[in-house]
Design a protein around this ligand. Structure first.
Ligand SMILES: NC(=O)c1ccc[n+]([C@@H]2O[C@H](COP(=O)([O-])OP(=O)(O)OC[C@H]3O[C@@H](n4cnc5c(N)ncnc54)[C@H](OP(=O)(O)O)[C@@H]3O)[C@@H](O)[C@H]2O)c1
Length: 337
């Protein structure tokens, strides 16, 4: 199209069309042909005794995407919640998007890891199964989830590569009756993704990463976009205790739109075409977190400016002594392969 004509059309297109207001039912396409709901409920650190009620409340109030993991040690209670909402007819299974993750001590036991999560969740299939970290740990160590060596360091499995783990995940999808609709990764830097893609037959559908204005990870987001990998943002509020609610710039943008800081922190990801996971076990907050708005270029440049002035802050550390290729946290054993 003639560039001046396209400029003219853009200038005369209402901003509500260019930037439609996202809602919690907005979905974003995946490279599998399926799609992922833009807003998901996180369940990390949701205690037993709290998480069942939280998941039921979230689904009753419209959430359709629940983010789980074997390592969170609460998939049994999430499963009770799912059983209840499905039995009460609040949703059908196919209306839900359920993610789980293969823990580091299961890299050599992918089928077993999946089977355990499916059993705990009481599901026939997952919508998405992620490699939780590209860091294999000793499956026969002194702890089933967090094995340590006698010197207190992490008991890594240096004989297994995350690339082999990915190959094993690929075979879950290509099996005759697959129990996962899509596979993906989490906590992958550009360095690890580049290595993975050299060997992958299936391009990961998703890379789930810590992501917020204090850690924009622009290079990972751009790389994923170029390769057709959807980004899901975790810890949008800064994780435990939600420290990012206090940020002045976030509050300034919130004030401009007459919304709370949380709405800005969640909507930031939709403006980047990412989905986002918000964890809460508090019913009023689960409700509050449903509100999303369309942020404009000015808002986004203010939010992008935060890490440029304050530097980068990672709230969720890889507790492995491994160099995961994060530019802000170099050092440790290189397992990128
Ligand atoms: N792939 C990975 O390695 C990985 C790592 C970390 C997280 N995740 C996923 O991402 C999810 C979200 O990240 P996250 O749990 O680290 O942290 P988060 O969602 O950034 O923050 C959770 C904290 O914010 C509080 N909160 C929630 N809504 C609020 C509101 N409207 N007002 C005030 N406080 C509010 C919660 O308190 P209450 O619960 O007490 O209400 C909790 O303390 C996790 O639950 C998990 O599913 C994945």
């Amino acid at each position: 199209m003639n560039p001046s004509l396209s400029k003219f059309i853009l200038a005369h297109t209402p901003s509500s069309i260019l930037h439609p207001t996202p809602t919690m039912t907005t979905t974003i396409p995946l490279n599998t042909g399926s799609s992922i709901p833009a807003l998901g409920l996180g369940t990390w650190q949701s205690s037993p005794g709290e998480v069942k009620a939280a998941v039921i409340h979230a689904i009753e109030s419209g959430y359709r995407h629940i983010d789980c993991a074997f390592c969170y040690q609460n998939e049994d209670e999430v499963g009770e919640a799912l059983k209840e909402v499905l039995a009460r007819g609040i949703v059908k299974r196919e209306e839900l998007f359920i993610t789980s993750k293969l823990w580091c001590t299961f890299h050599t036991r992918v089928e077993e890891g999946l089977k355990k999560s499916l059993e705990l969740l009481g599901l026939e299939y997952l919508d998405l199964y992620l490699m939780h970290w590209p860091v294999p740990m000793n499956p026969k160590g002194n702890h089933p989830l967090f094995p340590k060596l006698p010197d207190g360091s992490r008991d890594l499995d240096l004989t297994t590569s995350h690339i082999q783990t990915w190959k094993n995940l690929e075979s879950l999808v290509s099996s005759p009756s697959p129990k996962v609709k899509a596979i993906g990764v989490a906590n992958y830097s550009v360095k690890y993704l580049t290595k993975l893609l050299e060997h992958a037959t299936i391009v990961p559908a998703v890379n789930q990463i810590e992501n917020h204005p204090y850690l924009p990870q622009q290079e990972v987001v751009d790389f994923c976009r170029e390769k057709g990998i959807h980004v899901t943002a975790y810890s949008p509020f800064g994780s435990t205790g939600s420290p990012m609610f206090k940020d002045e710039v976030v509050n300034e943008v919130a004030e401009k739109h007459g919304v709370k800081a949380g709405t800005v922190l969640l909507s930031y990801h939709l403006a980047r075409n990412s989905s986002v996971l918000a964890k809460s076990v508090t019913p009023s907050r689960i409700d509050e977190n449903r509100k999303l708005i369309a942020l404009d270029e000015d808002d986004m440049s203010k939010l992008e400016g935060i890490s440029k002035t304050k530097g980068l802050t990672r709230f969720v550390y890889p507790p492995f002594g491994v160099d995961c290729g994060f530019p802000d946290k170099p050092g440790g054993v290189d397992l990128s392969g």
